[in-house]
Design a protein around this ligand. Structure first.
Ligand code: PHE
Length: 344
């Protein structure tokens, strides 16, 4: 007699229920739907039946096949979902791992010096004046007593944008701007920090771009004594209370008399070492009494007003203060170097 079709599906449901892997399910599926399955047998039986039974039996066989296929598809889905859930449960976050570091910025050493210098001079009653990196020949040179053919220009050759515009070689132009704005009326007490540019041999201590901070005082009583006292205070602020300061005569076209300022070596306290080239002194800045021509050219009466000015390189102070041996390190944007200056 023909296969018991009803029993096939009922048995399949029972057999499928405990299955928990795709492999086992595939094997069971082959048992029920494969070449040697009872269902396959039933398909073969169809053509042996009398024609009045063929239709009904054939229909029934097909129905069971469709049901079985649906049963296996459903189970397959269930196993896939169960496996996925298990994987998620097992994959726990390892919270013992260190978190990711976010890069925390640090102020550039030159900016630290600039901030420090600014605070120091604000404390002495100065205000801060700013200028542009691009300056005219008039303000960069002529108004600070360096006319067109002056040999001092050679030392401050710079990058020219056209015949009249250049990247400023010194911040002295800011002094001229401020004097012009004040229209001959003092007192003036300013510092002007900023970037400057010069044709220079790039080596351990020179760069074609550097930062400067100039100071200018114009008043009826400004004197060399006040200048020397101001610079001594500044040197001791940066390099320690015990530092000695030495003044040497020098030349700048915009100051008369001009001086150069040395500080006693803080590395060897003046005994002599490689840092001070065995002299016991370190050269730090230039200064002087404002040349009467500069006062006159910028609208101040040299009979009534006197002034003093000084100019200091911020990279130089940073190198001395932090013991940096190569100025180029200050321009490389090397974070492993720069992060040393992070103040936590
Ligand atoms: N401007 C001068 C320089 O760049 C420095 C300086 C400023 C000297 C003010 C004296 C007075 O070399």
């Amino acid at each position: 007699m023909s296969t018991n079709l009803d029993g096939i599906y009922a048995q399949a449901e029972k057999d499928v229920a405990p299955i928990d892997s795709h492999d086992k399910l595939a094997a069971l599926k082959a048992d029920y739907l494969g070449a040697s399955s009872a269902l396959k047998q039933a398909f073969l039986e169809i053509k042996t039946l009398p024609s009045d039974q063929k239709g009904a039996f054939g229909k029934k066989v097909n129905e069971v096949k469709v049901q079985l296929e649906a049963l296996f598809i459903q189970k397959d889905k269930e196993i896939t979902e169960k496996e996925a859930r298990k994987k998620i449960e097992e994959e726990k976050d390892d919270i013992s791992l260190p978190g990711r570091n976010h890069f925390k910025g640090a102020k550039h050493p030159c900016r630290l010096i600039e901030d420090d210098l600014t605070q120091f001079f604000l404390g002495l009653g100065y205000s801060v004046a700013e200028g542009n990196d691009v300056e005219s020949d008039l303000f960069n040179f002529e108004l600070v007593n360096i006319p067109k053919d002056h040999p001092a220009r050679d030392m401050q050759d710079s990058f020219y944008i056209d015949d009249n515009l250049l990247l400023r070689s010194q911040t002295s132009g800011v002094q001229a701007h401020v004097m012009q704005e004040r229209k001959g009326i003092g007192p003036i007490k300013i510092i002007c920090p900023g970037k400057t540019y010069r044709r220079d041999d790039d080596d351990l201590t020179h760069s074609h771009q550097f930062s400067q901070c100039e100071g200018l005082v114009v008043s009826e009583d400004a004197s060399m004594g006040m200048l020397m006292e101001t610079l001594t205070l500044m040197m001791r602020h940066f390099f320690g209370e015990k530092r000695e300061v030495r003044f040497r005569p020098s030349f700048f076209p915009f100051t008369e008399p001009s001086i150069e300022v040395d500080v006693s070596c803080f590395n060897c306290s003046g005994k002599g070492c490689p840092m001070c080239k065995n002299t016991g002194w370190i050269e730090v800045l230039g200064a002087g009494m404002v040349h009467p021509n500069v006062l006159r050219l910028n609208g101040f009466d040299p009979e009534k007003y006197q002034g003093f000015a000084f100019g200091v390189g911020l990279e130089r102070i940073a190198m001395l203060k932090y013991g940096i041996d190569d100025i180029r390190k200050l321009f490389l944007s090397d974070t492993s170097f720069l992060k040393q200056f992070r103040k936590e």
